[in-house]
Design a binder for this molecule. Structure first.
Ligand SMILES: NC(=O)c1ccc[n+]([C@@H]2O[C@H](COP(=O)([O-])OP(=O)(O)OC[C@H]3O[C@@H](n4cnc5c(N)ncnc54)[C@H](O)[C@@H]3O)[C@@H](O)[C@H]2O)c1
Length: 476
């Protein structure tokens, strides 16, 4: 795929980049002496004409006909949630494991949905995408399949919604952007954490100036997945353990998405560059050795170089704001996405307990917090929040996300999360790998919007348009 936006510039000091699949152009540079100039993909030179998908309103779709691919741990919940939204028809289910698809089909027996199954091998999802009677492909497969599936879906005239991250290489990020612009099909990254209640509240507070000028934000994915990653019956074909052989911030978007929205990234500001630092691995290699001593299944994972357990990535924006994103899925720590918003007039922090402050003396009390929660609950929460909690999915945020996606498609209004967000948020993983592999050197973050970030409108939190899609609480 050629584009004059994807110019390959020489950036000094970035040597030996180990980008996974980085457009194939990276391979020749691996192992270059430190300090030498290295060919590196960068979009600092713009000027390529593009159709701007930010703020793009696709034609209204009265009934959104969905095909799902990937029905492992995550996919079935999405099917269940979508079956509870008016104006949705679940027409197709795809998984390489037939029993997974059959089980989900069975769960829909008491609903109006009668999906066809696509289970004839690892490429049957293409047949599903080629159907003429689908509007949206919903992707919940292992990471490596997200971008190929989203690109193919858009090429077949379908909107694509992909689980996080939307891509694992920079090349894939660009493919998503270029395909979405070319086909005028949406490509949403399903970043459910943008729809969690505290995150939505702080986004609304930021819009209304509560924090003053926002200076610094923090997000994270700190989630003890050591046991699940090594569980033979956990992820399909041990895909998630294998991903941990890359070294960087592999799963940045749960922490990054909400703070990027608060900072209007791609809509008034842009992530400019990052530096990324990883610790050593002190747990995964040892776990592999311990398990392999009792079970040959684990022998292939012995003496492998696993991801450093804690990765810290710091990003600076063009407007001079900072974002810190951490990734740790091995330490036995309580779960945290941090979600810190720090401004000239106020601060919010979600973990370990939601807190707000307006001065240096301490956090406001629970009663005051309740008042703020009511005052700053955005319209999506007042309209659908309680029903979302009943239906569930990480406490309701998954349902809010799915409902908003369908409501936007049905009303022909722009999505909250577009292809530039999908690309920029996902790109932090391969870019952090590049920085980590180069003694944490600075890495430029491409401008996937090709300059449109300067004029793109912020995410609409008002529900001024749409908001009329009904929720079918008892769809069974
Ligand atoms: N947003 C969230 O909160 C959240 C939570 C959990 C998982 N996820 C994401 O969801 C995705 C899936 O995760 P999971 O935990 O369900 O993994 P999983 O391994 O349980 O499920 C993946 C499914 O994809 C299927 N699959 C693999 N190759 C396929 C192919 N070629 N064609 C069709 N189906 C194929 C597998 O059979 C499996 O059922 C991942 O991207 C993960 O990061 C997101």
């Amino acid at each position: 795929m050629k584009s004059n936006r994807r110019n390959f510039l020489k950036v000094s000091g970035l040597a030996g980049i180990g980008l996974a699949g980085g457009a194939g152009i990276m391979s020749g540079n691996a192992g270059a002496p430190d300090g030498e100039q290295t060919v590196y993909p960068c979009s600092l030179q713009q000027g390529g004409k593009h159709f701007n998908m930010s703020g793009y309103a696709a034609p209204k779709i009265e009934t959104v006909r969905i095909g799902f691919v990937g029905l492992g741990n995550r996919g079935p919940g999405a099917v269940n949630r979508m079956s509870r939204i008016d104006g949705v028809e679940i027409k197709a289910l795809c998984d390489v494991r037939p029993d997974r698809a059959e089980k989900v089909k069975k769960s829909l027996e008491k609903t109006k949905h009668r999906p066809d199954l696509y289970t004839a091998g690892e490429n049957d999802w293409k047949k599903m995408c080629e159907r003429k009677d689908l509007d949206l492909i919903y992707i919940a497969t292992p990471w490596k399949l997200h971008a190929p599936m989203a690109v193919y879906a858009m090429e077949q005239g379908k909107h694509a919604a992909s689980e996080v991250p939307a891509a694992v290489t920079l090349e894939e990020c660009w493919q998503l952007v270029e395909t979405s612009e070319k086909t005028k099909k949406h490509c949403m990254i399903l970043e459910n954490c943008c729809y969690d209640f505290f995150e939505l509240m702080t986004l609304n507070m930021a819009r209304q100036g509560f924090f003053g000028e926002i200076v610094h934000t923090e997000g994270a994915y700190i989630h003890h997945l050591l046991d699940s990653n090594f569980d033979k019956d956990g992820y399909y074909d041990m895909w998630r353990l294998k991903e941990n052989l890359r070294n960087g911030s592999l799963y940045p978007t749960h922490g990054l998405g909400p703070i990027a929205q608060v900072l209007n990234i791609n809509r008034g500001d842009r992530m400019d560059y990052l530096v990324s630092v990883s610790s050593n691995d002190f747990m995964m290699g040892e776990t592999a050795r311990e398990l392999a001593a009792k079970d040959d299944f684990y022998k292939p994972y012995v003496n492998k170089t696993f991801r450093g357990n804690m990765n810290t990535t710091t990003i600076r924006t063009v407007n001079g704001k900072t974002l810190m994103v951490q990734h740790d899925v091995t330490s036995p720590r309580p779960y945290s996405r941090i979600h810190l918003v720090s401004g000239t007039k106020g601060t919010a922090l979600k973990y370990p307990e939601p807190r707000i402050s307006t001065n240096h003396e301490g956090w406001i009390g629970q009663d005051e917090l309740k008042v703020l929660e009511e005052k700053y609950a955005p319209p999506i929460v007042t309209r659908v929040g309680e029903m979302a909690k009943q239906i569930g999915g990480h406490g309701g945020m998954d349902f809010l996300m799915d409902w908003r996606l369908i409501d936007c498609l049905r009303n022909g209004i722009p999505l909250d999360i577009d292809v530039y967000d999908a690309a920029a948020w996902s790109a932090v993983a391969p870019l952090s790998e590049a920085s980590v592999a180069n003694r944490s050197k600075t890495v430029d973050i491409p401008d996937f919007t090709s300059g449109s970030w300067k004029t793109n409108s912020p995410v609409d939190v008002t529900l001024a348009k749409g908001g009329n899609t009904k929720v079918l609480i008892s769809a069974r």
